[in-house]
Each structure stands twice: as structure tokens, then as C-alpha cells.
Design a binder for this molecule. Sequence first.
Ligand code: ZN
Length: 556
Amino acid sequence: MKQLTTKNLIAFLSLAVLCNLVLCSLAPAQETKPDTVLLNGKFFTGVASQPYVQAVAIRGERIMATGDTKTIQALAGPNTVAIDLHGSTAIPGINDAHHHFSLGPAEVDVDFQTLDPSWEQVKNGIVAAIAKNPPNSLIAVTIGFQVFGDTSVDRDALDKIAPNNPVTLGTFTGHAMILNSAALRFYNVSETQPDPLGGRLERDAKGRLTGTIREYALMNMSRAAADRIPDSEAIVQLRQQLEDEAKYGVTSIQELSVAMPPARAVSLLKAVPTQIRVRIVRMPGTTPAGRDVAEGKRMPAHPASLITVSGSKWLADGVGVEGTLTPRGAWKLPAKPPFDSLMADLPLQFPEAEYRTMLQETIDNNDQLLLHISGNRSAQTVLDAIDATGGKSIWDGRRLCFEHGDGIFPDQFARIKQDGIIVVQNPIHLAPIVPPGVVAFEKAQPLKSLLEAGIPLAFGSDAPVNPYLDIMFATNPGNRPSEAITREQAVIAYTRTSAYAEFAEKEKGTLEPGKFADIAVLSQDIFTVPAPDLPKTLSVLTMVGGKVVYKAPDPK
Ligand SMILES: [Zn+2]
């Protein structure tokens, strides 16, 4: 394969300029020929007027033409590389609009078949992990409603079964954690440290830490642990994650940079170096005095050809299953769903006036604002803050993003639409977590009805990446079957609208002339395979800017 590197591209561009100046009429034939043609495929373009084409021609880092195989083949010159897709399905490269790198200390993960194990299972899992791992290994367990809702599970209960090993019980949402005494020491959490704004280190009546840490207090703790990981090791962790993305045909990620300050993220990504496009979105922590608004503010917008820095993300609320900032145990799941009440009543992360401050600061900095909106109250508060800071005339066009948007109810659609808000949902949230026969989320967690209301819907992973698992849930949402969208709509949410969410829709997100040649050729036809097979999809050929960044090994 002929590959065009950045250096080659610069050389090519200077040559092109020279040709224009001196030799324009004598340009050699190959100058106007594609570098690569992909033939005999089933390309989903994402363009409404021509949703499917057979072939794509690429010159430099951009798409030169699309059409049927015969037409595209006729464009090829003697030096054009032709790749026969033999009927394979291809899509615009996936753009993960809500991505988090994971960067943390080495740990022993205790997994169960369920996201909601019982305390009995958790206890046994911890004891077994301690027995078969080196002394003092960090043991990390993922828990759900049952264990988090059981207030007898705390630091002391964990100390009894794990007196020496640091043990963390992290909720699957990532918004709360229960730590034993050794883990509090491991993470440098001191008995006297004050709560940051929008975070909580829970204490008992005597003021002693119970081990439960929430929201911004947990974010700050995890960030501090990631900061201690040497760059050499961080590069290995990030490189692995980026390689995994390319195997799924992901060509762009929008990293909500919770694990690293933007400056560190950029320097690590340059060192990796990343082969796919990464947008770094500032996601600073808080201190007892307030939000850290200075973090990343002076970063250049384009620190490298594949890296951009833009936007700021804050948590407007937490998540339903943990009641966010209320004391643990004070806010329990209703004995019987519907869960709509969860989506409606979530406490806000910050005092109400802080949202107006946040919005005004976005306008003053000409920034893009991304807000974690799980519940309905936060959505309502932000919509009101929009009105208080100028309303539609100021906000439409600024592309404020509601990240998740599970708690958006139909009565808010009109305002969301008029203020030009984008909803970035994570389809994994629509996985069937409610037992059959129980009615849940009767009005919340919209997908299809957002599109019908004309509201841009983008997708992101918010979790380990598998876009095709997400497409399965978006097209078969267990929680809300009536909100199912089509597979084409799901791919558009993960490509074209994700690009729109980062103001990059003129550059990427569809397969059409002039756009970056960011393309994923897939291992199976995601538009026709049975739904349960979707998660098995992988890329066989991933291109970023016309350059192959992943190619599956040839089947033997
Ligand atoms: Zn997230």
C-alpha cells in the first residue's frame, strides 16, 4: 500500500503549488489521479441524496470521488493503488463523541456476570482475588444497585475481609466508590480533607470517613492517581487503547479529558503518537473554592495535525442509581419502577446560580459547553440559564451538548431544539437492565423522538469501546423499545452528527468528495446481520486521512 505521511503530504502540497504557478497546463497525469481507489464495496455514505455507493477514490488525505465501481475505476492512473473490497460493507470512520481514556494504577479487576452483583458474590470475589494475587495488590470490584444500596457495606466491612489489600468498590456508572482503609491510604485520601464543590467524602456522625466518595471528590482522586503514573507507562496504556479503537474502525475520538489535564493529554498523544484524530475536551475538577476554570484555557486549538483542543465539560448532575450527592442510603430506588422519578428528581451538582455563571463564561470565552445531564432537573435548570443569558439568539449555533440526556422528557424538546442543543447519548445506557414485565423509563431516554423533533443526536461510548454493541442497543433499546432508531440513523449519529458536535461536519462524518478519507471497511454487513451479531463486528481496514492505520491480518 502506498501511504501518504504528513511529510509526504507537505512535499506533495509544495509540488502542487509549484505546478500551479509554473506548469499548470503541463501537470503530469498522475497529479489529477487518485492515490487509492476502493472498489466493489457497499459504502454507506451518510449522505441523504446518495446513501450507498460502490467505490471511493482518494487523493492525498481526502475523498476525491464516490460512485459505482466502473466510474471510479476509470479515474485510476498507472500509480493508483486499487483495493477490491469484494462486496464488504464500509462506513465513514466512527467518531466517538463521548470518550474517556482510562489511565490508572495496575489493579486486579474482579468481574461478575452481572453489573449488579450481591454482597455475598462481592465478598467471595474479593477473598478469592486476595488469595491468588501478590500481597497488597489493588483489588477493584464493579458494583451496582444492590451493594451500593446496602449501607452496611462500608470501609469497616471491607477492612474485615481485606485488612491489608487496598480494595475499591466502584459503581458501574463511575460516579461513586467505596474504599477500605488501605485504599484510602493508597489514593492519599486524608481524614481531614474538605469536600470539593460538587463532590463528597462521606463521613459518619463523628466525622470519620466512611469510605464512600462521590462525584468531583472521586474525579479529583482518580486524576491525582493518574498524575502519578509515569509518562512512559501512560504512553503504553494510551497506545493500547488507540490501537483498539482503530480495530473497531474508530477514526475520531472526542476525549472528555477527566484522566489527564489537556496539556498532559496532548503531550502523551504526540508521544504515542496517535494515528487517529483526537479532540481533547477540557474536563477540569473542582476545589472547595469552586470549579478549576483555568485548566487548559490557554491551550492551542490545533497542537498537532491529528489533535485538536476545544470545548469544556462539567457535570451538571450525577446519576440516578446513586442519588448523586445525597447521603448514601437517604435516596433509595423506589421499591417498584417506573424509574422515571429517578430521571426527574436528580440533585444538581452545583448551586443553581453556578449554571448561569458557567454559561456566561462560555459566551465570554467563545467556548463550546458540554454538560453531563442525566436527569431532568439539570436539563430544566440549564434551559432556564440559557434564557437568563440571552436565550435562543445567543445560544443557537453554539452547539451546547447535553451529554447522556437520559432524563430529557418530551415537554423539553421544543426548547432544546430552539436553543440548538445537541444530545450526545450513550446507547449502552439503553441496555435492558430492568427485569422483563416491569415498565420503566416511560417518558425518558429518548432517541427516535429526538430525531423526530429535529434535535441533533450524536453517539459516544462513555465506556469500553464497541460502537457496534452501541448500534445494537440504539436499534433495540431494551429500556425503551418505542425509541428504536434504524441502523443507518445509528451510524449517522456515530459519524455525521458526532462531527457536527465538534464543529467538524465540513471535514468529516460522511463519505463525499472533499471530506477526509476516514473510512472503516467492516468484517460484516452491519445493516443486515442479525442484531445479536452486531457486537462481533470489527474493522478489516481503517483509514484516517487516506492512510491505513489498521489492517486485519489476512485470514489463513
Ligand atoms: Zn462520561
